[in-house]
Design a protein around this ligand. Structure first.
Ligand code: NAD
Length: 403
C-alpha cells in the first residue's frame, strides 16, 4: 500500500505474533463454572464457534488486520471469508495462498480461509448475508456506520474498527527527549495513514515553544521518497484522492485561522508524495475534529491538565490517546473515569504502535469493537450458558413451586 519496508515487515511480524498468541490462547479459552442456587445443579459457560467470520479490511493494514481476526477466529473453530481493500488485492492473494498452504499441509480444507476480491458491492453483500455470522469491519466511520446498520438489521454481530483522531498531550513535567521521536514516529509513520496516527499535539503553555521548535527541527530531517529505499521515513499517500484531501485540509485549516509552520506542499514528482505538515491550530477549528488520513499534525496550546483532557475528548472519534508526564496524579486521572475517553490510553508512549496482547479498538465513532488480545476472542464465539441437574429432583429456579 506504499508504507516503508520496515513498517511492512512489522505488519507481517504482527500476523506471526498473533498466530503464536492464538495457539496459546486455544488452550485457555475457558468458560466459568458458576454456583447454582438449586441443590444438585451446576451452571457452566461453554464457548462455541459462531460459524463464518467475515472480515472486511482497509487499505492501510492489508496484512495484519486480517491476521488479527483470522488467528482468533480459527482457534475458536470458525472459518473466515475475507475481503481486503480493492487497491491491495495482491497482498490479500499472497496472504491467502500462504494460509491455504499451511491448512492443506495440516489436512484442513483451504476453504477454511476464503478470499473474495471486490469493492463496496461485495462488502455490501457480505453485510447483508445471514451466513456471515460475525462481520468484522475495519475502515472509515462513514462506511462503518452503514455496514453496522446493515448487519444489525439482520441481527448479525459486527466488530467495528473505524476512524481515529488521536492526540498526544505533553505536560510541562514531561521528558521532552521522549516526546519528539514519539511524535514524529506517530504523526509521520505510514505517511499519516494509520488509524492510530497522531493528528493532534496538545502542548502545555510552558513547553509549547520548545517542543514546537524541536519537532519542526526533526521534521526537517525526514527523508521522503521510495518506501523501499533505506533511510526513507515517509513514503507516498495511497491515492490521488488522498493528495486532494491533503490540499483541501490545509486550505481549510488556514481559512479557519491555522498557521502552517512546516510543510504544506505536494511534491512535484511521480507518485503521491506530500510533505509532512505541522499546523498551529485551536481546538475549536472544525478541521481538527475530522480525521484526514494524511500526515498533517495540528498543534494546540493548553494551560491545565483538565483542559487538555477536555480537548482530547472533544472529538467524535475515540481510538487512541497519550499523555507524557511524570506526575502520578495526572497519570491515574488520565486512565480513570474523568480521563481519556478512548479505547487506547497510553502514558509516555505515542498513540500508534499497539501490542497484540491488549484488546485493540476504540469508542464513540471509532465503533466500539475490540480485536487482538485480552478477551477480544469472545466476540468470535457464541456463549452457551449450560445448567446441569445431577440430582433426582426437579427444583425450579427462584424457588417456584409448580404442583
Ligand atoms: P474505507 O471505509 O473506504 O474502506 C474499508 C473497506 O470497506 C474496504 O475493503 C472497502 O472496499 C469496503 N467498503 C467500502 N464501501 C463498502 C460498503 N458500502 N459496504 C461494505 N464494505 C465497503 O476505508 P479505507 O480508506 O480503506 O481505510 C482508511 C480508514 O480505515 C480510516 O478511517 C482509518 O482510520 C480506518 N482504520 C481503522 C482501523 C481501526 O482499527 N480502528 C484500522 C485501520 C484503518
Amino acid at each position: 500500500m506504499g508504507k516503508i519496508l520496515p513498517e511492512g515487515e512489522g505488519e507481517v511480524q504482527e500476523y506471526v505474533d498473533i498466530c503464536d498468541y492464538a495457539v496459546g490462547l486455544s488452550r485457555i479459552m475457558s468458560g466459568k463454572v458458576i454456583p447454582s442456587e438449586r441443590p444438585g445443579h451446576m451452571l457452566l459457560e461453554q464457548w462455541n464457534p459462531m460459524g463464518i467470520i467475515g472480515v472486511i479490511s482497509a487499505f492501510n493494514f492489508p496484512v495484519a488486520v486480517f491476521g488479527w481476526n483470522q488467528a482468533l477466529a480459527l482457534v475458536g473453530g470458525n472459518a473466515t471469508l475475507w475481503k481486503g481493500a480493492p487497491s491491495t488485492n495482491l497482498a490479500s492473494v499472497a496472504v491467502t495462498r500462504i494460509v491455504a498452504d499451511v491448512l492443506e499441509r495440516n489436512n484442513m480444507p483451504g476453504a477454511v480461509s476464503s478470499l473474495v476480491c471486490g469493492g463496496a458491492d461485495i462488502g455490501q453483500l457480505m453485510a447483508e448475508d445471514k451466513n456471515v455470522n460475525v462481520l468484522s469491519f475495519t475502515g472509515s466511520t462513514r462506511v462503518g456506520r452503514e455496514v453496522g446498520l446493515t448487519v444489525q438489521r439482520r441481527f448479525g454481530r459486527s466488530i467495528l474498527e473505524l476512524g481515529g483522531n488521536n492526540a498526544i498531550i505533553v505536560m510541562n513535567d514531561a521528558d521532552l527527549k521522549l516526546v519528539v521521536p514519539a511524535t514524529v514516529f506517530a504523526a509521520v509513520g505510514t505517511a499519516g495513514q494509520r488509524c492510530t496516527t497522531t493528528r493532534r499535539l496538545l502542548l502545555h503553555e510552558d513547553i509549547h515553544d520548545t517542543v514546537v521548535e524541536r519537532v519542526v527541527k526533526a521534521y526537517k530531517q525526514i527523508k521522503i521518497g521510495s518506501p523501499l529505499e533505506p533511510g526513507v521515513l515517509c513514503g507516498p499517500l495511497h491515492t490521488k484522492a488522498a493528495v486532494q484531501q491533503y490540499k483541501d485540509a490545509i486550505a481549510a485549516a488556514v481559512a479557519q485561522g491555522g498557521k502552517v509552520i512546516h510543510g504544506g506542499n505536494v511534491l512535484e514528482r511521480k507518485g503521491n508524495f506530500v510533505e509532512p505538515t505541522i499546523i498551529l491550530a485551536s481546538p475549536n477549528m472544525p478541521i481538527v475534529k475530522q480525521e484526514t488520513f494524511v500526515p498533517i499534525l495540528y498543534v494546540m496550546k493548553f494551560k491545565t491538565f483538565e483542559e487538555a483532557v477536555e480537548i482530547n475528548n472533544s472529538v467524535d472519534q475515540g481510538l487512541s490517546s497519550s499523555v507524557f508526564t511524570k506526575d502520578t496524579t495526572n497519570l491515574f486521572k488520565w486512565m480513570g473515569p474523568h480521563g481519556s475517553d478512548c479505547g487506547i490510553v497510553n502514558v509516555n508512549i505515542p498513540t500508534s504502535g499497539a501490542e497484540i496482547g491488549g484488546a485493540f479498538g476504540g469508542e464513540k465513532e471509532t465503533g466500539g469493537g475490540r480485536e487482538s488480545g485480552s478477551d477480544a476472542w469472545k466476540q468470535y464465539m457464541r456463549r452457551s450458558t449450560c445448567t446441569i441437574n445431577y440430582s433426582d429432583q426437579l427444583p425450579l429456579a427462584q424457588g417456584i413451586k409448580f404442583e
